[in-house]
Design a protein around this ligand. Sequence first.
Ligand code: C2E
Ligand code: MG
Ligand code: MG
Length: 241
Amino acid sequence: FELHYQARWQVRSRRLRSAEALLRWRHPTRGMVMPSAFIDLLEESALIEGVGLWAIETACAQLVRWRAEGLLLETVAVNVSTRQLHAVLAILRRCALPPSALELEVTETIFMGDSTRAIAVLNTLRGAGVHIALDDFGTGYSSLSYLHKLPIGILKVDRSYVADLGVRDSALALTRSIVALARALQLQVVAEGVETQQQADLLSGLGCDELQGYLFAKPLDAVAFAAFARRPAETLLVPTT
Ligand code: C2E
Ligand code: MG
Ligand code: MG
């Protein structure tokens, strides 16, 4: 397994604020395998626990290294499923990283299984200063009730809404409502899957705090990400493909 990192661009400061760590499986014959091909399998077996812990630890260690090299990202974001939450504080201590440097991306699947316990652990982590984001917002069963059950500070608008901006009028109306909802709940809003300048302009106009997507950068390995992040800010809007 390896982690690739995708830039998250902050609208207000016009700078990279964060990087999302995304799992890749370098297969001897199949080449680079994407998470959609194996995450479900890992989740069904107990294997996700080990791989997930490895991902948190690797991303934290990478942020420590980048900071030492002068790359000043505020946070690294890691996707987690419930079974890894208990070990997060110990990992942060091992890496000597302040909790506020880590963001955990959870999805509503956290409500499957023992959600009371998962929410309790998330509360502890939030209390310690770890940022909690709700990923893929607006997909799946999307009950609004979990917005006040989960101790989240960040909402990630699913890329399906972003993809339809400028294509369907309803996507603009829905995205505007999601941003308004997040604002009212004092959540930060991140839009993912931003591929065009038009989408970026619409989303920053609606009040999104951060944008993430191929327009800025695809997920890159650690070395390529560092090279990308060191480019002067004014060149960052150029698509990298
Ligand atoms: P996610 O957390 O919603 O990650 C965003 C996905 O959107 C990534 O796919 C990313 O490559 C893709 N993406 C980013 N920008 C664009 C864009 O502009 N256009 C399009 N079309 N796609 C874009 P990826 O890397 O294949 O990851 C898929 C999912 O796998 C993630 O969705 C996340 O739920 C899961 N995942 C990834 N890494 C981990 C991990 O370490 N642990 C766990 N538990 N899940 C992971
Ligand atoms: Mg994510
Ligand atoms: Mg997502």
